[in-house]
Ligand binder design. Structure first.
Ligand code: ATP
Ligand code: MG
Length: 335
């Protein structure tokens, strides 16, 4: 069952000289108790998507249209005061940049305990303190009973991110949106935090939207994956299916760029040439065409390729030129 259904979500920014579209009519579901990974390179619209769900876009420049159903409520059309009852309670977010999420003039303990108190008002002060210390311990903060009295600036970047994660998780939200939550952390701490998220998911049936560049983490954490390219979802499937049978050339290129141990050391790591096109000059039609080496007809840049369900739950933005090129490339490889 889907707990969050995003339908035709578009987000634009008025940058003065023009209005740019950062997210262009995307749709996806987040299943209850499951993890949806959102992958795609820098600038593809992952953070804008999560800020749109949280309704935290800068006003008045950022505007979203479409629908975002949390259970049966379209949160995009909710009055601000009703959104306050959802944000931080039902849906909570770990931001890419931890410092923006912490208040510099309060100790981390005050911030953590305040969150705990808001969510669990029946707890005594002592219980709240204990829960906060335990949370800090769980995210790998050493000497938490001491550290709890420190201010954000006294902590390293990695520590701050762990505090932010502790705050977001202590709300025990129905949906956690984690935007590159562990990129700044070293691998052991990263593993610990991923385990903690999984533990809470198991305990509370929490759903997670996990945004990352790291396909290894996707394989480990996610049930479903949405691949974004230039503001659109170009492919979506169950994680095993996407890794085994990618059908969009961009997904293909992404998977090819993962280093593999079984390859000879000499073999070169594939990289995807070129860059995501600038928002100001995105075609309405196929956006990956200019980046791919595949021949594209003029027409394919004019009309948006439809989403095609190629097998149950596996959706691909279907550009005939991309598909023809990919097929040709694959047949050459297998020769
Ligand atoms: N406040 C804003 N005003 C104007 N454009 C913006 C704003 N915020 C984001 N954008 C643009 O929207 C596009 C998508 O940005 P977004 O931050 O969602 O990318 P991302 O996929 O999260 O990238 P990264 O992996 O680097 O975090 C980018 O081109 C970005 O420049
Ligand atoms: Mg981002």
């Amino acid at each position: 069952m889907a707990i969050l259904r995003v339908r035709d979500l578009s987000t634009t920014f008025d940058i003065g000289s023009q209005v740019v579209t950062a997210v262009d009519k995307i749709s996806f579901d987040v299943e209850k108790g499951k993890t949806l990974g959102i992958v795609g390179e820098s600038g593809s619209g992952k953070s804008v998507t999560s800020l749109s769900i949280m309704r935290l876009l800068p006003v008045p420049m950022g505007q979203s249209t479409g629908q975002i159903f949390f259970e049966d409520t379209d949160i995009l059309s909710l009055p601000v005061e009703d959104m306050l009852k959802i944000r931080g309670y039902k849906i909570s977010m770990i931001f890419q940049e931890p410092m923006t999420a912490l208040n510099p003039v309060h100790t981390i303990g005050q911030q953590l305990m305040e969150t705990c108190h808001l969510h669990f008002p029946k707890m005594t002060k002592e219980q709240t303190f204990k829960k906060s210390v335990k949370m800090l311990e769980k995210v790998g903060i050493p000497a938490p009973e001491k550290r709890i009295n420190e201010f954000p600036h006294q902590l390293s970047g990695g520590m701050r991110q762990r505090v932010v994660i502790a705050i977001a998780l202590s709300c025990e939200p129905d949906i956690l949106i984690a935007d590159e939550p562990t990129t700044a952390l070293d691998v052991t701490i990263q593993a610990q935090i991923l385990d903690l998220m999984k533990e809470l998911q198991k305990k509370n049936g929490m759903s997670i939207v996990f945004i990352t560049h790291d396909l290894g983490v996707v394989a480990e954490m996610c049930d479903d994956v949405a691949v974004m390219y230039a503001g659109r979802v170009v492919e979506q499937a169950k994680v095993e299916e996407l890794f085994a049978k990618p059908r969009h050339p961009y997904t293909h290129a992404l998977l090819e760029s993962i280093p593999r141990f079984e390859f000879e050391r000499k073999s070169k790591l594939q990289t995807i040439e070129g860059m995501v096109p600038a928002l100001a000059d995105l075609p309405e039609g196929c956006r990956f065409g200019p980046r791919s080496t595949f021949e594209h007809k003029e027409e394919s840049y004019k009309v948006r390729p439809p989403m095609k369900e190629i097998s149950e739950g596996h959706f691909v933005e279907w550009c005939e030129c991309c598909q023809k090129g990919l097929e040709k490339k694959l047949s050459e490889v297998s020769l």
